[in-house]
Structure formats: C-alpha cells, structure tokens
Design a protein around this ligand. Structure first.
Ligand code: SF4
Length: 330
C-alpha cells in the first residue's frame, strides 16, 4: 500500500459493447482517481485503493470517451468514490467541455460525491454543464451517533438538506446511499428515519443496504480480532442480508426490516411525490426518474438481491445456482 502504481497511462477500462448491452441501463464506466483520505469503518476502499489519492490524466480521459464513442456508448458511471475530492476535477470537466465543443461528442455522466461538494465554488454548475445528470451521495445515515460510530465524521446532517437543494436547482436525479443495521438501530428507529428522509430531503432514490463487515474493512478486522461471529457464507455478503448477530434484531429480523424499509421509501404515495416534485421543478428527467424508482423500488423486494444486481426482470438460468444448492428440475 506504500508503493501504489500511478494511474496516468494505465490500461483504459473499455469493456465490449455486448457486455454493456447486458446491463439494464447500458452504462460504460471508468475512474479518474482512486484512494480516499477518510476512514469509515465499514468501507474497504481505503484498503483496496489506499488512502492517498492518485489520478488519471486528461489525455486518459479523452481517450476513454473517444474509445467508447467508437462503440456507441455515451453514458458513463464515473466510479471515483468522491469526484468532488479529486483535486483535478476542474481540469477534467474543462477537458470534457472541450471534447463536446471541438469533437461534437455527446455524453452524460453519473458521479459520486460527498455531502460537502456544494461548498466547492462552481462545482455543481460545472458538473451539470458537462453532462452530469445523476449523482450518488453517500448519505449513509441520518443519526449522528451512527455516523460517529462508523467514523464517518465528515457527514454532517445539517449539510444534507442544503446540499440536496443545491443539486435540485438542476435537472439531476439524486440517489443517496443509506445503511441500516448500526449498533443503535431498532426497527422503530429505522422506519422513523426513513420517514424523516422522505419528509425532509429532496432525494429521488434511496439505495438501502445492511451494514456489512466487508473483507478489507475495519469492521471486519475488528470482528475477527474480537472473535465476533460473522456468517461464513460469502454469498450473503451482498448488502441485503444480515451477516452478524445484532442484539436488536434476533434471527432474520434485520433481513425483514430491510425489505420493510425499502417498501416504506418506495411506497406508491412517496413515488408519486418524487415524480410530482420532478415535474414541478421542470426537470427533463421524468421518465428516467420513474425508471429508477421502479428499478430500486422493486429489485430487492421481488428478487431478494441488491438493487444494483437486479433489473426489471430477473433472468434465471437452471444451471446458475449458488454453490451447494441442487440443480433445478428442468
Ligand atoms: S465510505 Fe466513502 S468517504 Fe468513507 S472511506 Fe469509503 S470511500 Fe472514503
């Protein structure tokens, strides 16, 4: 980890068109930077990519966009965990503006940012100008004790609303990552917090997951060193299944509360509110918002998989079975 390779000039992540066509929304993806200076205890990024930041070059970015344009891919997920902390963000955005102007290339982007990005002068405006039309924000939780307990101290709930409203001045779909199953959580507190989010924050999509001690995270290290039981079945580490013994959720109760929380956020009434708000803001993202509400709202409940692992319909193959499960009768 002390000798990480620099990124400029490294192989570019262009997957084949057939592969992209197999995903529901048809996005290509790339990163412009790796590493994160923060130390959230549930996160494995800091042990996979390091805490120091490394960046690709503007030449790399141009080549990535051009390579994808050749195979007709114009939608991208930028996988930097926090694009707002990429110290070259403005140079990258200028480079994209240049590509649009000089080479007439057209594209849209999903980026991930933190809850303080709106404080960077001109950041949101320039992102939108470049083609950012969806933003993922690691909200994680609205309970300050839970945030402090997982060392996500940079998240301040007082900033949440201001930040979401700053993005909502533009036609951008806002997705917030949200984690349940923190030590202080109970069924009542989780459902109450979901109601607060629905009422107070103009989020379009809530991406819910269960707190999971992923391999490589501090939480996993502490569990192993403390001799705490974690489920040996790695199939369950998909963020929708409880893999620890939580004192407030005996048996599979947290799994059930997870589905209840998803149902609570994506209730027909709240989906209508989100769509009405989108229309009232004059956004051109009405169909896309409806589409995401369907994807996120039904994926876990219908298919029992994490929302991003699902689709509108799940294609099940007889021979694709979890290890240990018998082959299904034809
Ligand atoms: S959760 Fe996000 S902010 Fe926290 S360490 Fe991981 S990448 Fe960094």
């Amino acid at each position: 980890m002390k000798d990480l390779p620099s990124l400029p000039g490294q192989p570019r992540p262009v997957v084949e068109r057939e592969q992209i066509d197999r995903s529901t929304l048809g996005y290509g993806s790339f990163d412009l930077g790796r590493g994160c200076p923060f130390e959230c205890s549930f996160c494995c990024i800091i042990n996979v990519q390091g805490r120091g930041s490394r960046f690709r070059s503007e030449e790399d970015l141009k080549a990535i966009i051009r390579d994808h344009a050749k195979i007709g891919v114009t939608k991208f997920f930028v996988t930097d965990d926090n694009f707002a902390r990429n110290r070259n963000w403005e140079a990258f955005l200028d480079c994209l503006i240049d590509l649009r102007k000089r080479e007439k290339l057209n594209f849209t982007l999903i980026i991930q940012v933190d809850t303080l990005c709106h404080k960077i002068p001109n950041f949101i405006e320039k992102c939108v100008r470049v083609g950012v039309d969806q933003v993922f924000i690691g909200l994680e939780n609205i309970n300050p004790d839970n945030l402090a307990g997982s060392k996500k101290r940079q998240n301040k709930i007082t900033d949440y609303r201001e930040m979401f409203l700053a993005w909502k001045k533009h036609p951008v779909i806002l997705t917030a990552g949200y984690i349940i199953g923190f030590p202080n959580d109970t069924r009542q507190s989780i459902l109450r917090d979901i109601d607060v989010i629905k009422r107070e924050l103009p989020i379009d999509i809530l991406s819910l997951s269960i707190l999971t001690p992923l391999r490589g995270s501090e939480d996993h290290k502490n569990a192993v060193m403390g001799g705490i039981w974690t489920d040996p079945d790695l199939n369950k580490y998909d963020l929708t299944h409880c893999v620890i013994r939580h004192p407030n959720f005996p048996g599979d109760m947290l799994d059930r509360v997870y589905l209840e929380a998803v149902g609570r956020f994506y209730s027909p009434d709240h989906c209508r509110t989100v769509l009405r708000r989108t229309a009232a803001l004059g956004s051109n993202k009405k169909i896309a918002t409806m589409n995401r509400l369907l994807l996120y709202g039904t994926g876990s409940r219908l298919h029992n998989v994490f929302s991003l692992d699902g689709g509108y319909l799940r294609l099940k193959y007889r021979t694709d079975r979890h290890p240990g499960l018998p082959l299904k009768n034809r």
